[in-house]
Design a protein around this ligand. Structure first.
Ligand SMILES: *[C@@H]1O[C@H](CO)[C@@H](O)[C@H](O)[C@H]1NC(C)=O
Length: 206
């Protein structure tokens, strides 16, 4: 009796072994997507601590595999994305400011913006440069410099926005610029939050 049940059980056992083998193959071949899912989750959870989490996720998730789960690479990428958007806005504003026939107040606000956004581009570049030579030996000092540069960039963006806040300020040029300045201000604010996050992850190191 016992022997026959074993014989009957054998095909099932073989089937189980085969199934396990297939599952093993399937799991190892989906290793890469699992991995990137983890990276995506890392960005999602890091972005949840920023002021504009959806913009954060939208602008950074495409770099998930490059960022992996590194708070330094996340902060660096956020700065890169912010710099790129700031440069393109800066170029656009320079073009608009050269349009003839802008109302004087708009033209003046535009000229001020071209200047302060130029400053903010420099400040973002400085902060990226500093991030490049951050070491555990100079960490606290360097991260504090970076926080200062990025905060200054944020202040410059606010200054630009303020120039367009008057009621008499409306029309095409204002709309064009306002939308973009708000976006780079939000990107900058998010980058600062991710830098602060990076700073806090490292503060436990000697
Ligand atoms: C940031 O941009 C620079 C210059 O384009 C590039 O070399 C670097 O790899 C980027 N870093 C990250 C973390 O995306």
């Amino acid at each position: 009796m016992e022997g026959s049940s074993l014989r009957h059980g054998q095909p099932i056992l073989v089937l189980l072994v085969i199934l396990q083998f297939i599952t093993y193959i399937a799991l190892s071949s989906t290793d890469a997507p699992f991995h990137s899912q983890r990276n995506i989750e890392y960005i999602k959870s890091s972005c949840s601590s920023t002021t504009y989490p959806r913009l954060c996720y939208r602008s950074l998730s495409v770099y998930a595999s490059k960022i992996n789960t590194s708070p330094r690479l996340l902060a660096h990428t956020a700065l890169n994305v912010t710099l790129k958007a700031s440069k393109s806005t800066s170029r656009l504003m320079a073009k608009i400011s050269r349009i003839h026939g802008l109302r004087p107040r708009v033209a003046a606000a535009m000229a001020d913006c071209v200047e302060v956004i130029g400053d903010s581009v420099d400040e973002l570049q400085q902060s990226i440069g500093e991030l490049g030579h951050i070491r555990s030996s100079n960490f606290a000092l360097t991260i504090s410099d970076i926080q200062t540069w990025v905060s200054a960039a944020l202040t410059d963006e606010d200054t630009c926005m303020d120039g367009f806040s008057g009621k008499s300020m409306n029309g095409y040029a204002k709309r064009m610029v306002r939308k973009r300045i708000i976006k780079i201000a939000h990107l900058t604010s998010n980058a600062l939050a991710l830098i602060n996050n990076y700073a806090s992850t490292q503060s436990t190191l000697p």
